[in-house]
Write a protein that binds this ligand. Sequence first.
Ligand code: SAH
Length: 364
Amino acid sequence: MAPRRRGKPPRHFADLTAAERVASVEAMGEKAFRAKQLATHYFTHFTSDPEQMTDLPAATRAELATTLFPSLLRATRTLTADGGTTVKTLWHLFDEARVESVLMRYPHRSTLCVSSQAGCGMACPFCATGQLGLTRNLSTAEILEQVRAAMRSLAEGEIPGGPTRLNNLVFMGMGEPMANYKAVIEVVRTLVAEPPSGFGMSARNITVSTVGLVPAMRKLADEGIPVTLALSLHAPDDDLRSELVPINTRFGVDEALDAARAYFDATGRRVSIEYALIKDMNDHAWRADLLGKKLNARGRGWVHVNPIPLNPTPGSIWTASERSVEDEFVARLRGHGIPTTIRDTRGSDIDGACGQLAAEEEDE
Ligand code: SAH
């Protein structure tokens, strides 16, 4: 395998298709079945440590593992909340770019929030990541390594509550997943592939969240993988949405909602509308009514709304809506017949909640 591509992370086993895995093992003078052994270690036992691959001859082990499993992520800090059941990890990448992922364990499920880019180019003013600008896209393996680390941690019982499995994965960490389409769709394919080719997750338990990059949303609909799509709307009118989600000047509210509805038609998956409730900004009752109207204009039963009280970010003048205003917003939407559930804001005390990931180093 090519060692390091200029400016790009080293190529990793998890970047490869099944056929490429076999080819690279053979290129190293090994039998094809070694690829399956390696895949089993990686995707079933969540390990890339040669020491643990005792079904491979010792000499081959070291060579295969060091070539095919270069270290891509280095955990430099972990913060926990909720009695250890919420864990935010700061990762350094090969070029010292930084990203974060957040693992959340609930009584009956566990969810990982992964980053798809270092920083983000979408510049939403209420989002901490949006203030950083884009450093670069993550590679397929850099994203999958976040997943493997979480799966390993859960399997080994590192999270209070005993060993368990990862149930849900959300692309709601740093970055705009639809702006890193190629890597993200490869990640999705590998997440849903049956072990030992992939992690064997169910597509419906994977959520791709987007600011509304319409061409990519339409492409995703054609992939034939029914992941859940979340559209970060935050306002039902173009004037305000263009302020909150600047890409709205390219793909407006109606265009984004049409693409969301088309996603439902293609996949049968109910789309989530994300709506951060910002005090006196987008939380007016009339905006709830307008949103309900625009959603219903596109049919019934295809969408639900997930309002979330804004998580404050450093330097922002905005705060979360009052509780009574939030309740009224939800009641209005429900009045229009739109299923609406407030999203929880786990991890806000460790800056691990939605919109708070900024990959900050410890204070000097
Ligand atoms: N770029 C993608 C995914 C990352 S953010 C997207 O925008 O959808 C995941 C969700 O958190 C998005 O809905 C985003 O709008 C929301 N979010 C960002 N900043 C937030 C904040 N300060 N409080 C609450 N939600 C926020």
